[in-house]
Write a protein that binds this ligand. Structure first.
Ligand code: ATP
Ligand code: MG
Length: 420
């Protein structure tokens, strides 16, 4: 079956599905394979649950609704690329080391005030998520917003081939996924694949003027630069407050780094003619989710819960922010930063050195990487595992404190909340 024929079958159904646990009636089901599952084995179940067609790549599982292809993942990607070419809508693509999802959600909140938008759901930003996002766009959609994640070279290039973005934005170049990229230069190269794609296709890029490396890399491109002369930071001691033209905007996002994310959403909204008042409503109404920079209160404590993710750049951003935040009795509970490869030891020690030089509170550092660091400071304590930490952490020792909780996803530091 050609991609064109596959696309016709796809259009005749309603929506795309890859998981029988959340099938929708009449959907076009693609049976993907993962490390621990083989979607082909769900072909019958998918039909029973109402799938209109089921794309498989193992003949052994065929039934009256299946379409056999050589490789289902390739079929998904080719179908998405084909679908995208037939969508007459601008697509804005975002990548970067930190803040992609937050910025994507903010941009979507802003643009959806004026347009029918479809944006990446949650964090579905990889070689499967990007095609699924594109296939969820229809002829009714007026604008697409696609998050692209990468942990090695050529990933963004491949995702751009599929999504064919008209606009792009890179949140930042930071020390994330060093294992796959090798170094910060590797990160810059990897993320810049978005620039290369946009430039080759004569498309437009949004640039945060505070990012000098980005300014340099986009010099010869069609670009829209935004900076503090257009969007001003008014306050970041609590939730970030900004001023855009004559409008003050009070977000519900904590952390100075969120200023950049908000500024991008404002600049992009303004570029696409969303009225100032609606930009304000959109940003003010956005509440962060999934343990991303949430401000909580529990048992008399103030808590900054940022347990969604961590890497050296976002960790330092969070520490700088916490240092400046208003509050007394500051306590840090930090977890290991994953995917650091050979840089792990150095990067964790760097955080410890920073904490030695900036002793703004007690610091509990959890995980085998932090446990390997060296410190003589009495306010810093390291633990090999969360269980070790849990054994020694006594909630009754703390009264009316201000906690910053941050670590990589795998550390699941939101568990600290149960201890308080
Ligand atoms: P992922 O790689 O998991 O997709 P992401 O790039 O989508 O991550 P977010 O989920 O938006 O990023 O934010 C994750 C964390 O990154 C936040 O909780 C915060 O600690 C940090 N962060 C967010 N924005 C920035 C930024 N502009 N600069 C530095 N750190 C940031
Ligand atoms: Mg994300």
């Amino acid at each position: 079956m050609t991609t064109k024929q596959l696309h016709q079958e796809f259009l005749a159904g309603s929506g795309i599905c890859t998981d029988t646990r959340n099938i929708v009636e009449n959907c076009f089901f693609i049976a993907l394979k993962g490390a621990n599952f083989n979607g082909n084995t769900f072909a019958d179940e998918a039909v029973k649950k109402g799938a209109y067609r089921v794309v498989i790549d193992d003949e052994a599982f065929k039934n009256e609704k299946t379409i056999l292809v050589k490789d289902t993942l390739t079929a998904l990607q080719e179908l998405a690329a084909f679908h995208r070419k037939h969508l007459k809508l601008p697509i804005l693509s975002l990548t970067g080391s930190n803040g992609k999802t937050t910025t994507k959600e903010l941009i979507n909140a802003v643009l959806s005030k004026k347009y029918k938008t479809i944006a990446t759901q949650g964090n579905l930003n990889n070689h499967i998520g990007v095609p699924l996002t594109l296939l969820s766009m229809t002829s009714e959609t007026e604008m697409g917003i696609v998050e692209m994640g990468a942990n090695h070279l050529h990933e963004i290039e491949n995702l751009c081939q599929i999504a064919q973005p008209d606009y792009g934005y890179i949140t930042n170049f930071g020390k994330a996924h060093l294992e796959g990229f090798g170094s910060l230069e590797g990160v810059v190269k990897g993320k810049s694949e978005l620039y290369t794609h946009l430039k080759d296709h004569d498309k437009t890029v949004f640039v945060n003027g505070a990012e000098t490396k980005q300014l340099e890399l986009t010099k010869t491109m069609n670009r829209v630069v935004f900076n503090e002369t257009i969007i001003q930071l008014m306050d970041a001691s609590n939730e970030v407050k900004v001023k855009f033209k004559n409008t003050e905007i009070q977000s519900k996002l904590v952390g100075l780094y969120n200023f950049n994310n908000i500024a991008a959403a404002i600049a992009i909204g303004d570029y696409f003619n969303v009225p100032e008042e609606q930009i304000k409503t959109a940003i003010e109404g956005y509440i962060p989710q999934n343990n991303r920079s949430q401000r909580l209160e529990k048992a008399g404590h103030k808590i900054l819960l940022d347990a969604y993710n961590a890497n050296p750049t976002s960790m330092m951003a969070a520490l700088e922010n916490f240092k400046q935040a208003e509050g007394n009795r500051k306590i840090l509970i930090l977890g290991d930063m994953f995917e650091m490869g050979s840089e792990a030891e150095k990067e964790h020690q760097h955080i410890v050195d920073f904490l030695e030089q900036n002793p703004f509170g007690k610091a509990y550092l959890v995980g085998s990487n932090f446990n390997k660091t060296k410190t003589k400071a009495s306010h810093i304590k390291t633990f090999e595992s969360f269980d070790d930490f849990k054994k020694q952490f006594k909630a009754k020792d703390f009264k009316n404190c201000f906690f910053l909780i941050k670590g990589s996803r795998g550390m699941a530091l939101e568990r600290v909340l149960n201890l308080l």
